[in-house]
Write a protein of this length. Structure first.
Length: 152
């Protein structure tokens, strides 16, 4: 591992411990040349997931896009950051457990809506209104009626 300070190749591990719920290893390293210390993280490399957009364009999966959409939907709602992170983790687990190299963005949107429905009703409707591109009040009301019918 190259030293980030002096670019020397002579570094050594002085401490290792698990990180991120045993999903990564945190290593403290020391440079033999300049003596400075730095931290590295080692994670299992996952297969890059490709998302197929509505216009058939393809782009690499980006967790931050799901986080941003869920955060926008939960804006000013009583939903904790931990709950949002857990929801995104669950969505990501479901996506990657399919073991497919490509996934349509529509599938990701449906998974997010399914999880949001259980988390917070208003956030679900907000996300659905953007995701399903409600054209008018009638389509919005139809979605609300579906939600109300399931609660009864």
């Amino acid at each position: 591992m190259k030293c980030p300070f002096c670019s020397s190749d002579n570094t050594r591990v002085i401490d290792s411990r698990p990180a991120d719920d045993n999903c990564a290893i945190r290593r403290r390293r020391m440079c033999d040349e300049c003596g400075k210390r730095f931290t590295t993280y080692e994670k299992v490399e996952t297969i890059p997931m490709i998302v197929i957009k509505k216009d058939n364009a393809r782009e690499q999966y980006d967790r931050s896009k799901i986080e941003a959409g869920v955060l926008r939907a939960c804006y000013k709602r009583p939903v904790s950051v931990d709950a949002i992170n857990q929801l995104v983790d669950e969505v990501e687990t479901e996506i990657f457990s399919r073991e497919e190299k490509e996934i349509p963005s529509a599938d990701i949107g449906e998974i997010v809506m399914d999880k949001l429905k259980d988390l917070e009703a208003v956030a679900y409707v907000r996300f659905a209104s953007v995701y399903r591109e409600f054209k008018d009040v009638n389509t919005f009301m139809a979605e609300l009626k579906k939600m109300l019918d399931k609660d009864q």
